[in-house]
Design a protein around this ligand. Sequence first.
Ligand code: IP8
Length: 266
Amino acid sequence: MSTVILKIGGSVITKKEKEMLADFEAIKRIAKEIKEAFERNPNLKLVLVHGGGSFGHRIADKYNIHLGLKSEDQILGFTKTIQVMRKLNLIFVEELQNIGLPAIPLQPSAISIQEDSKLSDMFIKTLMSALNLGCIPVLWGDDVFDEKQGFSILSGDHIVPYLAQKLDSERVIFGTNVDGVFDSDPNTNKNAKLIRLIRPNNIEKILKNVSGSKTTDVTGGMRRKILEVLPIVEKRIQVEIINAKKEGYVLQSLLGNKELGTLISI
Ligand code: IP8
C-alpha cells in the first residue's frame, strides 16, 4: 500500500479565537480515529502534517516572516514561531502516543531549505526510516531557512504535495474545518454548493469563487491549497478535502471513502 499523507489543518486542532489555544477534544478524537484506522487496516502507511492555527500564524504575521529578512528584529520572531509550532506539535504528538500510536515529530525547519518561499530541499531519509519502522512521521507548517530570503514560511499545504511526489503517494487528504470546496463563499451565501469533484480543466473557473482565509492565516486558506496541489493532481495523485471537525470523517477517509468532501482528481 502506498503512503497516505494526511494534513490536519490548524483550524481543526486549535481554537483560532485565542492565541496558542489547542483544541484537546478535537486532537483526542482525531487520534482515536487514526488509531481505529490502523486497527482496521494494519497495512496503512501514514504521514501526518499539521497546520499552525492560533499557534504559528499570529506570531509569523507579527514579525512579517512571509516577507523574508528585512530587519534584524525579525530574527527573534523567526525563532519564536518555530518554538510555538514545536509546542503545538508536542501536544499533538503526545496525544497520538498516549493512545498507542508510534508518532514521531520531524521538525521541518531542521530538515528543509526553501528558495523564495518554495521548498527546494527536504532531508527525508529519516522520514523513510521512520515509515519503514512502522512509525508515523509528523511534520508541520513551520518557519524555515530560505536561501534567497533568509527565512520564509513553509506551509503544511506545501509540505503535502512535496512529500506526495517524493514518497510516490496515490492519495493525500486535507482535513479542514469546512466540508470541502464550495461554488461560492458558504460564510456569506447560504445557497453555496459543495463541489464534489474538481478536475484540472475546471480548476480555473472554480478558483474565481474560492477565497483565502477569514482569520489570520499567513499562508492563504483554501485557494492556496488548491493551487498547491494542482501539479500533483496532474501526476495522478488524488487529493481529498474533507471536514475533519466532523466525527468519523478522518477514519472513513483513511479507510478509503472518497465521497466525504471534495475530490480533486485527473
Ligand atoms: O497552517 C503555517 O502552516 P499552515 C505555519 O499549514 C506557520 O499553513 C509557521 C505560520
